[in-house]
Design a protein. Structure first.
Length: 402
């Protein structure tokens, strides 16, 4: 059966999300839903907005870059959830929504009246996704946690850094990102289950759990040996050479997967004698003599710019690539070709660049449609859609509810 897809529709067009999240894990999740067509209503504190609007000092024409990163394609309403009159507004929004998303601690959620138990009674087919730092039950449920803490608790920091060095944070909030991706997946699965069987349900995601799933190989090494893996720096522990090298004008990454590729690698860098040297001919020998080999190769790579080495290595089918900074990768023609840098017009900041949508669907593509919203930009519009008259909206505003 073939159905005509409306022009511009995404796979989640028609789905409404009540977004009660802040900072990164929750907003990133809801942004991915919005990219795919969902109408995401971001609920924020009047006057100040969510903390992501003020967490970073980097501004784009006076507007917060951090907030821009995770909030495009959304609508913003202001609602003071501490005011008793706000509960009716929230209830109306929930009744008109398919999904509620929160990353506040259970005690706060219950106090403010948007816990799963109450909202699921209000709307039995609701998909309710809750992101927690450590747990959804017991004492740990209300324990605060941010990405650096989770990276430490989940073992990521123990695996990052140079061999024998101190534990090190990743250069990016990987635990927040892992939680966002798992919450996104969970919501999609729950929506599918609702479509098939008409049921609502709660989706629970814990940042520690999500972080552990990124360590599958290392986790399994521990299960097999009982010994916790240690950091190994930039060098791959299984093959050599497999590490970064400085060139005449930058850095490149090289991974030689096996002995045959080592022969090809040696030919590409015009040092074929290394492939027959008993110190390096076999991978076991290269691992045992890694420091000696790295010293030889480093001296060689300093003799030419990155582009020369990459051209030779790619021609020899050796896995390699440049080590870019963000300026280099974001201006790469391939990234532009894949529409991974998109420009939108912000009402205050003017033209701004944001990242594009990485998942490309042929019939119902995601897209960047609107810029990150101003605080409360859509309050009147959304409340009107919930049945509030203009005078009622103004009354709520005067009463400090909006």
């Amino acid at each position: 059966m073939t159905t005509q897809v409306p022009a511009g529709a995404g796979p989640l067009t028609g789905i409404r999300v009540c977004d009660l999240t802040f900072f990164q894990a929750g907003p990133f999740c809801s942004m991915m839903l919005a990219d795919m067509g969902a109408e995401v209503i971001k609920v924020e504190q009047p006057g100040v907005g969510e903390p992501g609007r003020s967490v970073d000092s980097v501004l784009i024409n006076g507007e917060p870059a951090y907030f821009f990163a995770y909030n495009r394609n959304k609508k913003s309403i202001t609602l003071n959830l501490r005011e008793p009159a706000a509960r009716e507004v929230l209830d109306r929004l929930v009744l008109a929504s398919d999904v509620v998303l929160t990353n506040q601690r259970p005690a706060a959620v219950k106090k403010l009246g948007f816990d799963y138990e109450r909202l699921s009674r209000l709307k039995p087919d609701l998909i309710y996704c809750a992101i927690a730092a450590f747990s959804h039950t017991g004492k740990a449920a209300n324990k605060p946690g941010l990405d650096p803490i989770i990276q430490g608790v989940a073992g990521l920091m123990s695996l990052t850094g140079e061999a024998g060095g101190e534990p090190m944070l990743s250069g990016y909030a990987v635990s927040d990102t892992a939680a966002a991706l798992h919450a996104y997946q969970g919501i999609l699965l729950a929506l599918l289950a609702r479509e098939r069987w008409g049921i609502g349900q709660k989706v629970e995601v814990v940042m520690v759990d999500a972080s552990l799933t990124m360590l599958q190989g290392r986790d399994q090494m521990y299960f097999g040996t009982g010994v916790a893996p240690k950091p190994s720096g930039n060098a791959n522990r299984h093959t050599a050479p497999s590490e970064p090298f400085r060139t005449q004008d930058g850095w490149i990454n090289v991974i030689v997967m096996d002995d045959q590729r080592f022969v090809q690698f040696c030919g590409a860098i015009e040092m074929p004698e290394l492939a027959s040297d008993p110190h390096f001919a076999k991978n076991e020998a290269r691992l045992a003599n890694r420091a000696e080999l790295a010293k030889i190769l480093q001296e060689r790579f300093l003799g030419a710019p990155s582009s020369v080495w990459l051209e030779r290595l790619e021609a020899a089918d050796v896995v390699c690539g440049p080590i870019n900074d963000l300026g280099q990768i974001l201006s790469d023609p391939l990234i532009r070709e894949r529409e991974m840098v998109v420009e939108v017009e912000h009402p205050k900041a003017g033209p701004i660049k944001v990242l594009g949508v990485p998942v490309k669907l042929s019939a119902t593509p995601g897209q960047v449609r609107t810029p990150p919203p101003l605080l409360g930009e859509h309050t009147d519009e959304v409340l009107a859609s919930l049945g509030y008259r203009n005078d009622e909206i103004e009354s709520l505003r005067r009463g400090g509810v909006l």
